[in-house]
Design a binder for this molecule. Structure first.
Ligand code: SF4
Ligand code: SF4
Length: 473
C-alpha cells in the first residue's frame, strides 16, 4: 500500500473482501507484524492458513514473490465471496433506511444519499447509480449511518454496469521536462506567445466529480496553453471521453509545447513542474541555480505565466505542494473544499501602492500590477476557476502581444461563463497594443468608461540588487 495518501482503515476494508494486505513502507506499517525476516514460504503459508490477514514486508523482492504467490492461492477462495451485493440485497438493506439524513449531512459534497437509498428500497436504483460519478468514495456516509448501512458499497453496487464497463486511458507519467523542451518554449512563454502553463495537480476531493478536471484540461489545451497533470488529477483527466470517444491524452500531444497535455507522473512529480519554471529562469536569464531561490522566484513571479490548479485539494500534502509553488511565484487555485485550509493569499488590485516594482532598467519604482493578482485562492465553480486561471497567467513583464493573447482568453472565458467583459480589464491593459484586436471596440469602450491611462511596461524585479543601473535608492 501507498505511503503518501494513507487510509487508516485499509486493513478493515481489505478483511471485509478477504484480500490479504501487504504493507511495504516503514512510513505506513498499518500496525501489521513485521515479517521481513521470515522466509517467503512461511509468509505465504501464514496467509493461506488464515493466521494473518496482513503483513509488513520491507524487502521489495520478497514483496513481489509473496504477493504473486498469495494472489494465485487465494483466488479460488475469494471467488466464492462476492463483495458487491446483488440488486435484491441492495433493496433489502435499503429498507432499513429511516431517512434520518445523517449520511447527507456527513457527505462533503452534500449528495442526496438518503433519498437515493430510500428509492433503492422500492427497487429503483437510478438514484444511487447517479451518485457514482460525483461520489468521492470517502465513506463518511457509512460512518454516519446509525442503521450501519454500507452506503458507499450500495452506490458502487448500483453502478455495477458502469464500473464493469469503464476503461480509462492515461498517458504514462513522463518525469522531468527536458532542457531541450524548455529551450523550444521558454522564449514563447516569457514573451507571452504561449499564453501560459497550467498544471492540474493534487487530490480527487472534487466538488462535482472528476469530469470537471478533464473539461478544464481540454479547454486550456485547445486554447494552446501548455497543460501539465500529475497524481490523482492526471488520472481524473483520463477518465472522460469526448464525443469521439477520446480522452484528453488521446486528443492532445504529450510534449511540453503549446496545446500539449503532459502527465509528469505521481503527486510528488509536481517537483518537475516547478523544475520547468526554474529551468526557464536558469536557461533564459542565466540565473544561477545554487543557493539562489530568491532571484529565481523573482524571475518566475514577474515573467513566467504559470498557474497551478489543485481542484480537489484536501490533504496537508496538497497544501504544502501549493505552498512550494506560491513561494516560487506561481499562483495556485484550489476547488471549493480548499477553503477548509483557512488560508488564502489574496491581492488587493485597488491598492496601487501594493503593486510597485523596481524597473531593472532605470532603478525607478514603477507600477507593475495587479498581476498575478492572487497567489492562493479558492474558486467555487469550474467556470470561476477557468476565468481565474486565464487571469493569473498574466505577469508584469508580458509583452504587448503576450498580454493581448492572455486578455483575449480571459475576456472570452468571462463572456462565455459569466457574460460581458470582466470589470477589471482596464487595470490589465497597459498600452493600446495590449488590447486584443478582435475585441478592440468593446475594450476601447470599457477603457473610456474607466478613465484609463496608458502606462509603461516595466522590466520588473522585486529585488533592488537586480537593477542594472546604480540609481536605486
Ligand atoms: S462516500 Fe460518496 S456519498 Fe458517501 S459521504 Fe463520501 S462522497 Fe458522499
Ligand atoms: S444515514 Fe443511513 S438510515 Fe439515515 S438516511 Fe442515510 S442511509 Fe438512511
Amino acid at each position: 500500500v501507498d505511503e503518501q495518501c494513507i487510509r487508516t482503515d485499509t486493513l478493515t476494508e481489505a478483511e471485509k473482501i478477504h484480500t490479504p494486505l501487504i504493507a511495504t513502507s516503514e512510513k505506513n506499517c498499518l500496525g501489521l507484524p513485521d515479517m521481513t525476516n521470515e522466509s517467503a514460504e512461511a509468509i505465504v503459508a501464514a496467509f493461506i492458513r488464515g493466521d494473518i490477514t496482513g503483513a509488513l514486508i520491507l524487502d521489495p523482492e520478497k514483496v513481489g514473490e509473496v504477493a504473486s504467490r498469495v494472489a494465485m492461492l487465494v483466488h479460488p477462495k475469494r471467488k466464492k465471496h462476492g463483495s458487491i451485493p446483488t440488486k435484491h440485497q441492495i433493496a433489502e438493506m435499503a429498507k432499513k433506511c429511516t431517512l434520518c439524513m445523517q449520511c447527507r449531512r456527513a457527505c462533503p459534497n452534500d449528495l442526496p444519499v438518503a433519498q437515493a437509498v430510500k428509492l433503492a428500497a422500492s427497487g429503483n436504483f437510478s438514484g444511487l447509480d447517479e451518485l457514482y460519478d460525483d461520489c468521492l468514495g470517502c465513506g463518511r456516509c457509512e460512518s454516519a449511518c446509525k442503521q450501519k448501512l454500507p452506503v458507499h458499497t450500495l452506490i458502487v453496487a448500483a453502478a455495477e454496469k458502469q464500473t464493469r464497463d469503464e476503461t480509462y486511458c492515461l498517458r504514462t507519467g513522463r518525469g522531468a521536462i527536458q532542457d531541450i523542451e524548455i529551450r523550444k518554449v521558454g522564449g514563447p512563454i516569457v514573451l507571452g506567445e504561449i499564453p501560459g502553463v497550467v498544471a492540474f495537480v493534487g487530490c480527487a476531493n472534487f466538488p462535482k466529480g472528476s469530469r470537471e478536471v478533464a473539461e478544464m484540461v481540454a479547454e486550456f489545451a485547445k486554447r494552446r496553453y501548455i497543460v501539465c497533470t500529475s497524481g490523482c488529477a492526471a488520472m481524473s483527466a483520463g477518465m472522460y471521453r469526448n464525443d469521439e470517444g477520446k480522452t484528453v491524452y488521446e486528443q492532445f500531444s504529450g510534449a511540453f509545447e503549446a496545446g500539449g497535455v503532459v502527465n509528469v507522473g505521481s503527486c510528488v512529480s509536481n517537483a518537475h513542474i516547478a523544475g520547468a519554471a526554474i529551468k526557464i529562469a536558469s536557461i533564459f536569464a542565466k540565473r544561477p541555480l545554487r543557493g539562489n531561490y530568491e532571484e529565481i522566484a523573482d524571475y518566475v513571479y514577474n515573467r513566467v505565466g504559470a498557474v497551478g490548479v489543485a481542484w480537489g485539494a484536501m490533504s496537508q500534502k496538497a497544501a504544502s505542494i501549493a505552498a512550494g509553488f506560491w513561494r516560487l511565484g506561481i499562483p495556485v487555485i484550489v476547488g471549493p473544499h480548499g477553503t477548509k485550509y483557512r488560508r488564502m493569499l489574496l491581492g488587493r488590485a485597488d491598492r496601487d501602492s501594493n503593486w510597485m516594482v523596481h524597473d531593472a532598467r532605470t532603478g525607478e519604482s514603477v507600477y507593475g500590477g495587479p498581476v498575478p493578482e492572487h497567489l492562493f485562492i479558492a474558486a467555487e465553480t469550474k467556470e470561476e476557476a477557468m476565468i481565474m486561471i486565464a487571469k493569473l497567467t498574466m505577469r508584469p513583464n508580458d509583452t504587448s502581444k503576450g498580454r493581448a493573447n492572455k486578455l483575449a482568453n480571459y475576456i472570452d472565458l468571462h463572456k462565455r461563463h459569466v457574460g460581458g467583459i470582466p470589470a477589471d480589464v482596464y487595470r490589465l491593459v497597459r498600452t493600446p497594443a495590449d488590447i486584443p484586436l478582435t475585441m478592440k471596440d468593446e475594450v476601447d469602450a470599457h477603457l473610456a468608461e474607466h478613465d484609463w491611462k496608458e502606462s509603461a511596461i516595466p522590466d520588473p524585479t522585486l529585488l533592488s540588487r537586480m537593477v542594472h543601473s546604480r540609481k536605486v535608492t
